[in-house]
Design a binder for this molecule. Structure first.
Ligand SMILES: Cc1cc2nc3c(=O)[nH]c(=O)nc-3n(C[C@H](O)[C@H](O)[C@H](O)COP(=O)(O)OP(=O)(O)OC[C@H]3O[C@@H](n4cnc5c(N)ncnc54)[C@H](O)[C@@H]3O)c2cc1C
Ligand SMILES: NC(=O)c1ccc[n+]([C@@H]2O[C@H](COP(=O)([O-])OP(=O)(O)OC[C@H]3O[C@@H](n4cnc5c(N)ncnc54)[C@H](OP(=O)(O)O)[C@@H]3O)[C@@H](O)[C@H]2O)c1
Length: 538
């Protein structure tokens, strides 16, 4: 049930004029029953009439919102479910809340922060005791919630987890999160409404689904596993399960990979292990955490300049600052800087140059208590840590419906599914830079879409853009399953702003009709009210 309130009182109570304007627009759009939306949304549901129907069903005839002066208390927008309350899910949730979208966040764990919660009871965190961020504080923080200035440039994971915890309280998002509730299955019904089967046995329906389940929790082991792995007598783990350097104390450790997990874990091992070997099938440019006295991701990086040029400049700076990796015994990269996801480490070079880490080529096979390498050398090894990356997984979707084989999934600007109008992916990107501000902007974008203030391009245009981006990524990056969702931080945000502006124009031309129909009506509505709405007297 809802009651009507006077538009003026909403404005007086602090609601933004845009939202009032939009509610009226949504209402008038609602009257254009079954209207063709200019071919923009041939894959989506047309809206309007259902909004009216839902408002009327709720028993308030005057809530049909036909006059600009009378508005419903309950959001006329579609309801949304968010899967996951990691940094991406909470950023999206905050954006939905700001926009008056009714939503519920489902979180498998008992707390927010996902990967950044050491020992997270969801079993999905890869955080190890010594983990610090490798994107700097000022680049990682949300735009409207700075990290404490007492934090260092590269805070510890406990500080990052505390920051996300404070974020949900600051913005009043916590109440909308259903903790310890895993989405077991997400099914899209014939009417387009999402039916979520939850781990508590209940089922809930939502108009839109935001997927923020993270993509660094499903370990990718070497494919295929190395010969002899079944009979190897030592310990074999994936980086995802590494917690503490105690694992290496007094042992002979072999770390495989050249990404950030391999760097950190090799360094940790090098302080306590009898020997630490670092094996790789390919070299990588090692980016120090500081250049010219500044966190490296805070150096100028103007997206108006060609990316190739910027990468050449970075490569030159790295060559001047630390030299090429072969100078300290690692394989020479088979690519220019910028053609692989950056490997950032302020410590690996020291540990190599101190002789505490011994570089090796790729593993050829495991043999009893020994490992043979691609150059034929052999070493006795007690523990192998495979730092071989992650799979993108959506265990709650039927695989034939939505999946990411070989980590590939076609999404417009990495968020919008070209064939399913009411599913959105948050932070399904591997940025050269931090993830959080990207999730924040994506959440705002999705929120605008759900309010009808952004209209996606036609399907054919989305597909064209997706394929062009994919082709550019394949041209630029080394062929690897780790390079399927790469984005350049500043470039992506700039492009997203441009797309949001273009989509706002399309929305205006379409009379602000809602691209996602509000059909589900349900418990998610509890979170619909924005803080300013709550100030309105009942
Ligand atoms: C070791 C490591 C270090 C990293 N360092 C950085 C860094 O310095 N800077 C950076 O920007 N990025 C870094 N990353 C990338 C990392 O992915 C992001 O920092 C961030 O964790 C992404 O947040 P997320 O919310 O997308 O995913 P996650 O943090 O993985 O959170 C996903 C959430 O979804 C929940 N969930 C999943 N499935 C379900 C379900 N079915 N039902 C309900 N809830 C569900 C999980 O419980 C979890 O809380 C790092 C990654 C790793 C592995
Ligand atoms: N301090 C931090 O903030 C921190 C620490 C750890 C991780 N992270 C982040 O976590 C994410 C995952 O990083 P990650 O290092 O775990 O994974 P990753 O970036 O995907 O790197 C995987 C590495 O394993 C190699 N590899 C994969 N399969 C292999 C095989 N079969 N044989 C030999 N080598 C193989 C890859 O080589 P190819 O390039 O040849 O494929 C690559 O060097 C990244 O976003 C990273 O930035 C951050």
């Amino acid at each position: 049930m809802f009651s009507a309130v006077d538009a003026k009182s909403v404005v007086a109570a602090g609601a933004d004029a845009g939202s009032v304007r939009h509610r009226a627009a949504a209402a008038s759009a609602a009257q254009r029953t079954g209207r063709d939306m200019g071919g923009h949304l041939n894959h989506t549901l047309t809206l309007a009439a259902p909004t009216l129907a839902r408002l009327c069903e709720a028993g308030e005839p005057d809530a049909t919102v036909t006059s600009a002066g009378t508005l419903p208390r309950v959001s006329p927008y579609p309801t949304a479910a968010v899967i996951g309350a990691g940094s991406s899910g909470i950023a999206a949730a905050k954006a939905l809340r700001d926009r008056g979208i009714a939503f519920t966040v489902f979180e498998a764990s008992d707390r927010v922060g996902g990967n950044w919660v050491f020992g997270n009871r969801n079993g999905m965190s890869a955080a190890y005791r010594g983990l610090h961020i490798n994107t700097s504080r000022d680049r990682m923080e949300f735009s409207d919630f700075p990290m404490p200035r007492s934090y260092p440039d590269y805070p510890h994971h406990t500080q990052i987890a505390a920051y996300f915890d404070a974020y949900v309280d600051h913005f009043g998002v916590r109440d909308a999160i259903r903790f310890e509730t895993r989405v077991a299955h997400a099914r899209r019904g014939a009417d387009g409404v999402w039916e979520l089967e939850l781990s508590d046995g209940s089922t809930e329906r939502f108009d839109a689904l935001l997927v923020a389940n993270g993509h660094h929790w499903d370990p990718r082991w070497p494919e295929p596993m190395f010969p002899g792995h079944e009979t190897f007598t030592g310990t074999q783990i994936h980086a995802h399960d590494y917690r503490d350097s105690d694992l290496f104390a007094g042992r002979r450790a072999l770390i495989l990979g050249m990404g950030n997990s391999a760097m950190d874990i090799a360094v940790e091992s090098s302080h306590v292990a009898e020997r630490t070997f670092l094996a790789a099938r390919r070299g990588a440019w090692i980016v120090p955490k500081y250049l010219f006295g500044r966190p490296v991701d805070q150096l100028p990086n103007d997206p108006r300049l060609p990316v190739k040029l910027r990468m050449r400049v970075f490569e030159t700076m790295i060559r001047l600052a630390v030299g090429t990796p072969d100078k300290y015994g690692l394989p020479r990269p088979d690519h220019r800087f910028g053609s692989a996801h950056p490997t950032v480490s302020g410590r690996i070079i020291d540990r190599l140059q101190h002789g505490a880490i011994t570089p090796k080529p790729n593993i050829a096979r495991l043999d009893g208590d020994e490992v043979e390498f691609a150059d034929g050398s052999r070493e006795r090894v007690d523990v192998v840590v495979y730092c071989t990356g992650y799979r993108i997984s959506f265990p709650f979707f039927d695989p034939g419906f939505i999946s990411a084989p070989d980590n590939r999934i076609e999404l417009f600007r990495r968020v919008v599914h070209p064939d399913i109008a009411n599913v959105f992916f948050v932070a399904l990107v591997q940025p050269l830079g931090a993830t959080m501000p990207i999730a924040e902007r994506q959440g705002e974008w999705i929120g605008d879409l759900l309010r009808g203030e952004y209209l996606p391009p036609r399907r054919a245009d989305m597909l064209r853009a997706i394929r062009a981006e994919d082709a550019a990524m394949r041209r630029r990056y080394v062929a690897s399953k780790r390079h399927t969702i790469q984005v350049d931080f500043d470039d992506y945000l700039r492009d997203l702003e441009a797309e949001r502006a273009a989509g706002a124009g399309r929305a205006r031309a379409a009379g602000y009709a809602l691209p996602v129909a509000p059909l589900a009506a349900g418990p998610g509505a509890a979170a619909a009210r924005r803080p300013e709405d709550e100030d309105v007297a009942a």
